[in-house]
Design a protein. Structure first.
Length: 481
């Protein structure tokens, strides 16, 4: 019952602080109890010794004032008995003193306020024998009955034996004073209560201060640990950012080197290609009529390959040149629909099925329609190549989702029923010039990623649970929040 409020006061939780608090509580309690017992015992002994010593001193002083050695040697004379009575009347005024007996040097009762005890000897009383030997003795055991208590109605009294010694003489007698211990023991009890309360208060304050200091130290350690963890997290984030920047720098340097090579090669190829195309067109005009059909077919194939080569060179230029974009509010569904229309014309046969699931009323996005159409078309062409020649389906889905406090996100998902992408390939699928196709350039998905990120979007590739690859493209909506 005491521990729970203390625990709430100090806000002690679980862990090492709790174990320390419990251990220190029991140690402090045990130490306090031991101190209370020891201090109370010594206070009691000191108080009782002081009380009995003061009583003995008062009795001895009155004995020297009222009595002489002759009175103990001849105690039954009227003068001696009168002196003993006067002595009794003076001593009995001492608070809590209730009875009195006077012994001679032989241990015989020579005067008592109980006349029936006069003349009796109690040689079996070791306290009396000690007083006759010259020592002040005290019987503190309450309730103990002895032979001399035969006429004593209340044995719960303290007996103080005071040896009487006059100047130049030995012990001539002993005065036995009976005192009521009630007030003395009441003072002892009050001192015990005060000692216990003081010790308990001091121990409580010490315990609270100790646990409070340990608790504060634990909190400081926790705060420092959290600060270290936060700094460690910041360093890890900074390290990741540095790695990302290093990767981007390496990629930029790589693209710059590739750009220089591509620019040089492209300029060296495009001019001859233009000359070849023009020469073939002129040659078509000079072909004889009787052989024009077959020659025209062959020359047309040459022009088609020249145009294909020109398209590859154009792709190279698009990849290495900075993206020039127009930032307009766009409907993603409209961009996707236009890309699908262009894709329909590029399907070689009916083995590839396009499935559209476009959610109407999408929030608008910001970007360049032409670049996004080209990016989506490249992803669709990659999906087409994945399902051919066996055939399959390409599913196109658009929708939007919550982006927390940032508003909403619009996303496009393109999945196919192909064989999927191996894990090693998945990590490098957007790298330029990386391809698994025999006639691929490795620029389609790289350009798609470049155009999407240039329009504040993000793209990632994965394998669908049911098989095949899935590309997930997300854009931040431009709808006012």
């Amino acid at each position: 019952m005491i521990w729970s409020p203390m625990k709430r006061l100090l806000r002690i939780g679980r862990g090492p602080v709790t174990r320390f608090a419990l251990l220190s509580f029991f140690v402090t309690a045990a130490t306090t109890a031991a101190l209370v017992v020891i201090i109370s015992y010594h206070f009691r002994q000191h108080l009782l010794e002081r009380e009995w010593t003061w009583t003995a001193a008062y009795v001895a002083k009155e004995a020297h004032s009222n009595l002489s050695a002759a009175h103990f040697q001849a105690p039954h004379t009227p003068e001696a008995q009168a002196r003993f009575t006067t002595f009794y009347e003076d001593v009995i005024l001492l608070p809590e003193l209730v009875r009195l007996k006077i012994y001679d040097a032989e241990g015989t009762v020579i005067w008592s306020d109980e006349p029936r005890l006069v003349g009796q000897r109690f040689l079996d009383n070791p306290l009396l024998q000690g007083a006759l030997a010259g020592r002040i003795t005290v019987k503190g055991e309450i309730g103990e009955r002895k032979g001399e208590h035969v006429y004593e109605p209340n044995p719960s009294l303290v007996e103080v034996y005071v040896p009487i010694v006059f100047q130049g003489s030995r012990v001539v007698g002993v005065v036995e004073a009976y005192k009521s211990p009630d007030q003395v023991f009441a003072r002892v009890r009050s001192i015990k209560v005060i000692v216990a309360a003081t010790a308990l208060l001091g121990a409580s304050l010490l315990y609270i201060a100790l646990v409070y200091i340990v608790r504060r130290s634990a909190v400081r350690i926790e705060q420092q640990q959290e600060a270290l963890e936060y700094r460690s997290h910041q360093l890890a984030v900074a390290n990741e950012e540095l790695r990302g920047m290093q990767t981007q720098l390496i990629a930029t340097e790589r693209l710059a080197a590739i750009g220089e090579v591509v620019t040089a090669v492209a300029h060296g190829i495009r001019n001859p290609l233009a000359s070849i195309r023009a020469a073939i067109q002129v040659a078509l005009l000079h072909v004889p009529l009787e052989s024009r059909s077959s020659a025209a077919h062959n020359l047309a194939n040459v022009i088609q390959e020249v145009d294909r080569l020109e398209a590859r060179v154009k792709e190279l230029f698009q990849f290495v040149e900075p993206t020039k974009q127009r930032q307009l509010r766009l409907d993603l569904n409209a961009v996707v629909t236009k890309a699908l229309q262009m894709m329909v014309g590029r399907l070689s046969n009916g083995d590839v099925k396009l499935i559209e699931r476009l959610t109407p009323g999408l929030p608008p996005i910001t970007g360049d329609a032409m670049l996004l159409e080209q990016a989506i078309l490249n992803i669709l062409e990659n999906a087409r190549d994945a399902v051919l020649p066996a055939g399959g389906a390409i599913t196109v889905i658009t929708d939007f989702e919550s982006n927390g406090s940032r508003g909403e996100r619009v996303f496009l998902e393109v999945s196919d029923t192909g064989a999927g992408v191996p894990p090693d390939t998945l990590r490098k699928i957007f790298e330029p010039f990386f391809t698994t196709k025999n006639k691929g350039t490795g620029l389609g998905l790289a350009l798609a990623k470049k155009f999407i990120e240039a329009n504040d979007g993000a793209v990632k590739a994965d394998n669908a649970l049911g098989g095949g690859a899935v590309f997930h493209v997300t854009f931040t909506t431009s709808r006012p929040v």
